[in-house]
Design a protein around this ligand. Sequence first.
Ligand code: ZN
Length: 243
Amino acid sequence: MSRYIRRYFYRLAPPASDIMRAGEVWKAVTVLFVSALATVSALLIARGEEEFFVLPFVVVALSVYFYVVYKRYHVELVPEGDLELFDDPGDLEILCAIYGLPRTGSPNRLRHRLAQFARVNSDSSFVWVAPKSLKRVASGLELSAEKEEQELPENLHEFVVRMVSDEPSGDRSRRPLVWGVRRSRSRLTSIASCPICDSEVGGRQAICGECGADLEFYSALAESKVGRRLVAQKVGQRYRKLR
Ligand SMILES: [Zn+2]
């Protein structure tokens, strides 16, 4: 029975709204945090603590909370048109994980999922994300990737277009970068080591000779919060594989 109820709610709230839910999760958590802080402050004052001691404590706690939440969980959205630039399936998996989407399935499926997500959130260049555990506690409506695939069959036309566009597209080092950032000689020459494998690069080569990473692509990506997180996870995965 609960399966049908979940499906019903899932139809009402399409999968890409997961991050809208993340925004709502943070609203709920913030209300809880502020209420708890107000309660603690009231108790401290009731126990005789001076207000001039309690007030700065409240201000600091609120500032730290908002700074951490905003800094960590409000990240850039990779627009639908830029998803084709991510040709490593591992990158698509990491992006799905960052945005709180299921990270299982073929590269086409992952890209399709991210494209849907980007489409639903296309009115903003930033989106809220929340740890999966927090969302699960808050919503209790998490669904598996298998269910999502049943509910959202990829449109045949989109699938064909995607298959065609997944063909190798010539020189990788000439492709545009994410968010319309232009390639520049000065950026390339300023890269001293590969952002992925940390091997030294001469400042002229566009592709890392060690791991095959497009140096400018990952360097430009790492200038964003979501890119920094993607690169950090990619480096972590590589490190774990090498051990
Ligand atoms: Zn490398």
